[in-house]
Design a protein around this ligand. Sequence first.
Ligand SMILES: Cc1ncc(COP(=O)(O)O)c(C=O)c1O
Length: 360
Amino acid sequence: MSPILPEPRPDLTGFAPYRTQQMKAEVRLQANEWADPNPAARYLSAEELEALLLNRYPGAASELHAALAERYGVAPDQIVIGNGSNEVLLYTFLLFGGHGRKTLLFQPTYSMHARLTQTAGGTVADELIGLPYALPVERALAAARRHRPEIVVICSPNNPSGTLIGEEVILSVARALPRSLVLVDEAYADFAGFTVVPRIAGQPNLVVTKTFSKARAAAGLRLGILLAHPEVAAMYRAVQLPYNVNAITAAVGAKIARDEAQVRRRVERNRTERDRVYAALRRVASIEAFPSETNFVLFRLKSGATEDVHARFLGESVLLRDLSTWPGCAGCLRVSIGTPEENDRFIAALAAVFGAAVAA
Ligand SMILES: Cc1ncc(COP(=O)(O)O)c(C=O)c1O
């Protein structure tokens, strides 16, 4: 006999969990992480660990805020920290979205923006851009005027297309809807050398999120940030959970935030490796590969099923992300850039799966 269960909010009945593809594989290129091992022991000495007292609630993370403020040229009170950027994204939809309010998304884009909009009780207005993903100012403005959203999300560079949406587009939308929030998700911006953070000062409805999970090589740390006008940041602080970032994450995060030389080195290596992976994909006649500014490349099969191709790569112990169910992404798979050795494995698997000569 099935038990009698409590009833969730009707709009969340049957809401499925966020799906990640967690099959076993030697080469894991499905989650856009940084592939080189980054052990925690690199960041905290035995003495620093001794001084981290877990019986107390975490302090104000002032060292982390100071490092980030210096890096991004903002005041410490313009920074909101979170348990991954997903947490500061959730705050955004709780604060500016919710019942009777709309989020405008340019699809295909990072699926959590839609999920978190719904979790907060709001409605998604999808504008289907498709692939290749290009968003001219007029198209963005027309969508903003048509939907009159309370939140507009622009992911730049965009996941999964890998393409940049320029500052002009972002600012035009922000100026057209001064009472709405324009959220720029810059999770991959380091790889592209792009940011609109300097524009926040003159455009208070602009907020920017960043993550430690990509070019900062710390997805397991769970640290993300939001940069906002001081008065907007204060709105976030009002809804933020107390002590949402733990003491260990804050201590390690402060060290990583000051490690810009490593970020530059990774960005450089990523560019070389991405060029190699992209060139190999381009040599396969039955694939359309999309140019990328990030640490992943999206490609579309001209024929055949993504499930089959995904399974055949898995047969070579290479795990990719099947994105064929994302809006406008029929036939698409995404490969993250790995270590040079992992990329060699991907390129060899590409030859095996498509029976083509793909090596340079
Ligand atoms: C565009 C985008 N934003 C945010 C995130 C989530 O980042 P975090 O690990 O900081 O929660 C991802 C993760 O893949 C992403 O692709």
